[in-house]
Design a protein around this ligand. Structure first.
Ligand code: ADP
Ligand code: ZN
Ligand code: MG
Length: 481
């Protein structure tokens, strides 16, 4: 029997506002700030304190919800989600429940088969919990509590069960990360835990309408873990079904070392959160005006940009997606395209090839490099027009990268202009052949690959500046004489 996975995602995105969701404490980078340095009586859960809604957090949430084309609720309600755990000083988490901020949205993802629309079920606001670190040292096993994260604004984005493969799930998670970066609400640094993904997975025979029993994987913070976790669960369910066994509804964790999931809790020990409306907060009202102003402030969205890159530059889906992934890179690309009439494909190749590797080697991002879009465009044009050859172009780019000098200046300074002069090249070829009689003889005896060696010799003799097409033609002409 053939099976297909059915997957829905719950994603938690921290909103990187200046202050927390319900108090004035700063939102800090957990990997930088010392533990419990950004905590006040409100987020420490002291009795008698009162929460106040952070307007910017609502604005950020509205940006995401609007970009996801959700219906925004004019009135939404915060509730208390009660449970006892050391990372939750109040004993409850404030979260939207029955009346979330936004519902019924959609997002367009890119798959190898083309675009796919994923439905968004809901987007709601809540607060993050503290962070626990489990350690085992000379004091034995114990847990450290960092409340810097307690009360950080958190957005939960829940999809309908619309995914049918691990690749689609990954494409969605990547697109969502790109989106929150474009919207300026989250750094997208998954490894810092600012975006956490929980896939729900079930399996059914292909063609069957009803869904199978789902299993939820908790708190994944890398795309790789997401893809592998979903693949692992899918295969596990298929094996169970093939063996005539039932899949148990449960919550599992992902073991990064063993690359397997492990059971955390079954349906029977599911929490009863005893939700009730938060009595310390009024309902949240969002009027049309606010929604309109947010809508107007939205930048070009990633999937819109991908479409534009395909339509106006003639890039393919994979190329367009690669560029749009990073807002700064896509803006740089646009600027190079505006600066000179050069083919988009070659700009793509230069940017994602040579330029990215120079950036990687030196640990720089595109915003901090010395090469302006105009000077990259100039370089690409020099190569496209045959002024310098491809290899010289690479060397010039490397020099531009360290010095910031314009391409033309480097080319003139170093006398790198490509030589296409027929007489000059014919002379170098003749001289090279004269110096390599053995190779010429073996070429004539039928060993045609010798041509590549001779080609290299000619190029070297000409100082790397000779036009490779002219050299090749001349070489073949003289060899066949
Ligand atoms: P829960 O109440 O257990 O959190 P929900 O019905 O709220 O479950 O759904 C949570 C997520 O699981 C959503 O993203 C939804 O699309 C997805 N989901 C629901 N049922 C299934 C299923 N049978 N298989 C896969 N995903 C599912
Ligand atoms: Zn606080
Ligand atoms: Mg769930």
């Amino acid at each position: 029997m053939e099976f297909e996975p059915v997957i829905g995602l719950e994603v938690h995105v921290e909103l990187e506002t200046r202050s927390k969701m319900f108090c004035a404490c700063p939102v800090v980078d957990l990997t930088q700030a010392s533990p419990n340095s950004a905590v006040c009586p409100v987020c420490a859960g002291m009795p008698g304190t009162l929460p106040v809604i952070n307007e910017t957090a609502v604005e950020f949430a509205l940006r995401v919800a609007t970009a996801l084309q959700c219906e925004i609720a004019p009135t939404s309600i915060f509730a208390r989600k009660n449970y006892f755990y050391p990372d939750l000083p109040k004993g409850y988490q404030i979260s939207q429940y029955e009346q979330p901020l936004a519902v019924n949205g959609q997002i367009t993802i890119q798959t190898p088969q083309g675009e796919k629309v994923i439905r968004i079920r809901r987007v709601h606001l809540e607060e993050d919990t503290g962070k626990l670190t489990h350690v085992e040292d000379t004091n034995g096993a114990h847990s450290l509590v960092d409340l810097n994260r307690a009360g950080v604004p958190l957005l939960e984005i829940v999809t309908e069960p619309d995914f049918r493969s691990p690749e689609e799930v990954r494409a969605y998670a990547e697109m969502l990360r790109t989106l929150v970066r474009y919207l300026g609400v989250n750094s997208g640094d998954l490894e810092k835990g600012v975006m956490r993904i929980e896939p729900n997975i079930s399996v059914r025979p292909k063609g069957q309408q009803e869904f199978g029993t789902k299993v939820e994987i908790k708190n994944l913070n890398s795309f790789r873990a997401l893809e592998r976790g979903v693949t692992y669960e899918t295969n596990r369910h298929i094996d169970l079904i093939n063996a005539g066994k039932a899949v148990a509804q449960e919550t599992v964790g992902w073991d990064e070392t063993k690359q397997v999931t492990y059971s955390q809790r079954s349906k029977e020990d599911a929490h009863d959160y005893r939700y009730f409306p938060e009595p310390d907060l009024p309902p949240l009202f969002v009027n049309e005006e606010w929604i309109d102003s947010v809508e107007k402030s939205l930048p070009e969205l990633p999937w819109e940009k991908i479409r534009r890159f395909m339509q106006s530059y003639g890039l393919n889906r994979a190329e367009a997606t690669r560029l749009a992934e990073d807002l700064a890179v896509s803006q740089y690309f646009d600027q190079v395209m505006e600066a000179a009439s050069v083919p988009a494909r070659s700009v793509f190749a230069w940017v994602t090839g040579e330029l990215f590797s120079l950036m990687n080697e030196s640990g720089q991002v595109i915003d901090s490099i010395k090469i302006t879009p105009q000077s990259l465009a100039d370089l690409i044009k020099l190569v496209a027009d045959g002024e310098i050859n491809q290899n010289t172009g690479k060397a010039v780019l490397a020099e531009m990268f360290t010095t910031g000098k314009p391409a033309a200046e480097i080319v003139t300074e170093k006398g790198l202009t490509q030589v296409s002069d027929g007489d000059f090249i014919a002379g170098v070829v003749a001289q090279t052949l004269a110096e390599n009689r053995l190779e010429v003889a073996s070429f004539k005896a039928g060993k045609e690959t010798v041509v590549n060696f001779l080609f290299g010799q000619v190029m070297r003799k000409a100082g790397g500046k000779a036009n490779p097409q002219v050299v090749r033609a001349e070489l073949e002409k003289q060899l066949k004489q």
